[in-house]
Design a protein around this ligand. Structure first.
Ligand SMILES: Cc1cc2nc3c(=O)[nH]c(=O)nc-3n(C[C@H](O)[C@H](O)[C@H](O)COP(=O)(O)OP(=O)(O)OC[C@H]3O[C@@H](n4cnc5c(N)ncnc54)[C@H](O)[C@@H]3O)c2cc1C
Ligand SMILES: *[C@@H]1O[C@H](CO)[C@@H](O)[C@H](O)[C@H]1NC(C)=O
Ligand SMILES: *[C@@H]1O[C@H](CO)[C@@H](O)[C@H](O)[C@H]1NC(C)=O
Ligand SMILES: *[C@@H]1O[C@H](CO)[C@@H](O)[C@H](O)[C@H]1NC(C)=O
Ligand SMILES: *[C@@H]1O[C@H](CO)[C@@H](O)[C@H](O)[C@H]1NC(C)=O
Ligand SMILES: *[C@@H]1O[C@H](CO)[C@@H](O)[C@H](O)[C@H]1NC(C)=O
Ligand SMILES: *[C@@H]1O[C@H](CO)[C@@H](O)[C@H](O)[C@H]1NC(C)=O
Ligand SMILES: *[C@@H]1O[C@H](CO)[C@@H](O)[C@H](O)[C@H]1NC(C)=O
Ligand SMILES: *[C@@H]1O[C@H](CO)[C@@H](O)[C@H](O)[C@H]1NC(C)=O
Length: 635
């Protein structure tokens, strides 16, 4: 290939020329396109510039496992807890990026120096906005798993504010060297490490008492790659702090679409893809993890490595489905794109009324279940809510609503063809329904119009949630359909609202990664939750948690046990799921555990329900529920 062609492609920005295959190397290995923040890398050479007497704490793996007494990670108050000189050495090396934790709601409390009534008011007003927590170094969206130790004052005035399960310090990471220094310091000092990106984690895994946290939110670099790798695909290189909205916007700007989260604010390159990553495009394209072509990762020994098919292939396999906070800190990923496709959506709903009896309503729901395979085979994604005593529907006993059904790459005409058997059945049953359709030229536009970022609310802080993956077999024969319908009906009749996802995240591109096989075989993903009463005591919280387990999840586990390819999606599961190894990882667990022990023999990284976490426990302050508010100890 003449070199001026290559030059031409570069000057032309690539985009214009991608239909010519002039810049398609066939033999060179994939090169990882480092961001500027990924060129600031710590080496044994650069370490020499830290001359303080504490410099050894910043070095690469100089020590085996350091633990405080009882095999615990070193905790504030322990003799081995780093001195202020030692913390200062870290902060100096970081160029001042170390932040001592002040809980987000501390301005609401007089005992904190930052007490400020006006600030408190703004925090209270914005508490359910995800961005409020995303922009804070340590705040998380489901603080119940942190220990509820510093909520904004709720009017009763009898609460207090302590650090609880929030980490003690956070590193505002803006370079790879920051991440390496934090890992080395924590490993050499025996500290617990936490990684926080957006704080969306339903299981509280982005918090942890006494920890040093690595905060990735400001790693916002993002670029479009018109010809990535050997097969010269369109891709995006995204830093660890990039959100689903940000990655989708760039894709849209280049006439492409990306498999990303349903909610705009969910991180893309942190917990989301490492857990697999479900998307409204999953029935068509599979999981987000299936689209990751390479990643930068800082591993437990402090080294910055590239994980790709050629480089650390076992780590590359593990990070695509094997969970967050387990393998290392991902610094950025390269994600493959798809062409822009159109989108049809429809808000579909029906409910019980004077004319629709309970039995008739559930026959309508059965028809939906009977058609889930048909819908997902056509690439549809059904986001449904089954509500009991729905005030939205004027207190009908039950309501069912697709809010909405998404049909990517589908015209309204094709949508009507696919949904006809379902609506015909509703008519036959005499069930009035809505079917409010919209068509969008591009998936991105339709997605943003459906779930605008600014409308998203997180129902912090007082809910415990759980979910179950229902395998294909529960929707493809009459007996299976009867069983799955009864499992949903039983829980609904007990008074719980249920969010359901009809999706088929199979493996259309035959990617070999560690995504839970139960996800591949699922057609339904159902979730529900129980609200903790305000000011619950430990006993009351334990009772609420038991209610979730006994009244909801037990029913679903019975119809979708892991032996029959049931399971639970690790990113949207309950932290106390008892058989989490089987449910979250399935048959991949033994291989994941082997890789964990290779890359992180001393458990520098830990996440409750993460691979290898059975060797550890958080001795939480709370009784009966598993929070991050306590010391992390080896069992
Ligand atoms: C409102 C809402 C909507 C959601 N929608 C979807 C959806 O459509 N599809 C879906 O699949 N999931 C969805 N989820 C679940 C989501 O995937 C998980 O909450 C996920 O863990 C979020 O990852 P994060 O990095 O944004 O969050 P965080 O809470 O910051 O991190 C989550 C986990 O990943 C670890 N982690 C974060 N960054 C890194 C990193 N750079 N390297 C290694 N580990 C890291 C953390 O330590 C933690 O264990 C949703 C959650 C919420 C609350
Ligand atoms: C660094 O870690 C590797 C792998 O755990 C180990 O084999 C090696 O001995 C360690 N080096 C030092 C100096 O501790
Ligand atoms: C909520 O936060 C936004 C910025 O994100 C700010 O403009 C607004 O004033 C806050 N709301 C209140 C009531 O303070
Ligand atoms: C807090 O206030 C509520 C409501 O006034 C009350 O029921 C509860 O007992 C109080 N809790 C404590 C610990 O004082
Ligand atoms: C984090 O670092 C960035 C870049 O230096 C800076 O702009 C930002 O203010 C810092 N955030 C906090 C909370 O310190
Ligand atoms: C119920 O059915 C009757 C008879 O078909 C009809 O007149 C009435 O409008 C229906 N009511 C509702 C709320 O749909
Ligand atoms: C509830 O009832 C009111 C008043 O009859 C009506 O205007 C409204 O449309 C009803 N809502 C639904 C969702 O049926
Ligand atoms: C989208 O639909 C078009 C036209 O039916 C078809 O050619 C194309 O293959 C579809 N794309 C995907 C990704 O299914
Ligand atoms: C419908 O089901 C609800 C909940 O189980 C029950 O309260 C109600 O009485 C039932 N209605 C009829 C007409 O049976």
């Amino acid at each position: 290939m003449p070199s001026h062609w290559l030059l031409f492609v570069l000057i032309g920005g690539g985009n214009l020329f991608t239909r010519y295959s002039c810049a398609k190397p066939t033999t060179e290995p994939t090169t990882f396109p480092r961001f500027r923040f990924e060129t600031d890398v710590l080496t044994t050479e650069t370490l020499k510039k830290y001359r303080s007497k504490n410099a050894h704490l910043l070095a690469f793996n100089t020590s085996g496992p350091i633990t405080a007494s009882g095999g615990c990670k070193v905790f504030p108050g322990d003799a081995a807890w780093p001195s202020s000189d030692e913390w200062n050495a870290l902060d100096d090396a970081l160029g001042g990026a170390l932040i001592k934790t002040v809980p987000l709601a501390a301005p609401c409390y007089r005992e904190w120096e930052v007490y400020n009534a006006a600030k408190c008011e703004a925090i209270v007003a914005n508490w359910t906005n995800p961005h409020t927590h995303m922009e804070d170094p340590t705040s998380v969206m489901w603080p119940v798993w942190e220990g509820l130790t510093c909520l904004p004052v709720d009017g009763t005035g009898n609460s207090s504010c302590t650090i609880g399960g929030y980490p003690t310090y956070a590193v505002n990471a803006t370079t790879v060297a920051h991440i390496q220094l934090a890992i080395n310091f924590a490993r050499n000092s025996g500290l617990r490490i936490v990684i926080k990106n957006t704080g969306h984690d339903y299981l509280g895994k982005s918090s942890g008492a006494g920890a040093l946290s690595i905060w990735t939110h400001n790693l916002k670099s993002i670029e479009y790659l018109p010809n990535f790798g050997r097969s010269s695909v369109k891709a995006i290189h995204a830093g660890a702090g990039v959100t689903s909205l940000e990655v989708s916007q760039i894709a849209y700007g280049h006439d492409a679409s990306v498999v990303a989260g349903m909610c705009a604010s969910v991180g893309f390159a942190g917990g989301y893809f490492t857990g697999g990553g479900l998307s409204p495009l999953s029935s068509l394209f599979g999981m987000a993890a299936d689209h990751i072509l390479a990643a930068g990762v800082v591993t437990a020994d402090g080294q910055y490595v590239i994980a790709s098919p050629e480089s650390h292939p076992d780590l590359f396999w593990a990070i695509r489905g094997g969970g967050g906070s387990t393998w290392g800190v991902v610094t950025s990923v390269v994600v493959r794109l798809h062409p822009t496709i159109p989108l049809t959506t429809s808000a579909i709903s029906f409910q019980t009324s004077a004319n629709v009896s309970n039995e008739t309503f559930w026959e309508g729901a059965r028809s939906y279940f009977e058609n889930i395979e048909r819908f997902t085979s056509a690439g549809f994604y059904g986001f449904s809510n089954t509500r009991r005593l729905s005030s939205f529907y004027n207190n009908s006993d039950f309501s069912f609503a697709l809010e909405p059904m998404l049909a990517p790459n589908t015209t309204i005409e094709a949508f009507n063809r696919v949904t006809k058997p379902f609506f015909d059945r509703l008519k036959e049953l005499g069930i009035p329904y809505t079917n409010e359709q919209k068509f969008y030229e591009s998936f991105h536009e339709g997605w943003i119009a459906t779930w605008p970022d600014e409308h998203l609310v997180v129902t912090v802080p007082t809910i415990t949630e759980g979910s179950r993956l229902f395998p294909r077999e529960l929707f493809t024969n009459p007996e299976g359909i009867e069983n799955s319908l009864q499992a949903i009906r039983t829980v609904s009749e007990r008074g719980y609202d249920i969010t359901g996802f009809a999706l088929a995240p199979r493996n259309p591109f035959h990617v070999d990664n560690s995504v839970n096989p139960a996800l591949r075989n699922a057609l339904g993903h159902f979730s529900s939750g129980v609200v903790f009463a305000e000011h619950s005591t430990s006993e009351q919280m334990a009772a609420t948690q038991a209610e979730l387990m006994n009244n909801i999840l037990d029913v679903w586990r019975e119809v979708a046990p892991s032996e029959k390819m049931g399971g639970s999606y690790l990113n949207e599961a309950n932290i106390m799921e008892p058989n989490w190894q089987d449910d979250f990882y399935g048959l991949n667990y033994p291989e994941l555990l082997r890789i964990k022990r290779t890359y992180d023999p001393y458990s520098v990284f830990y996440a409750t329900t993460g691979v290898g976490s059975e060797d550890w426990e958080v001795r939480s302050m709370e009784q009966g529920i598993r929070t991050q508010n306590g010391r992390l100890c080896r069992l």
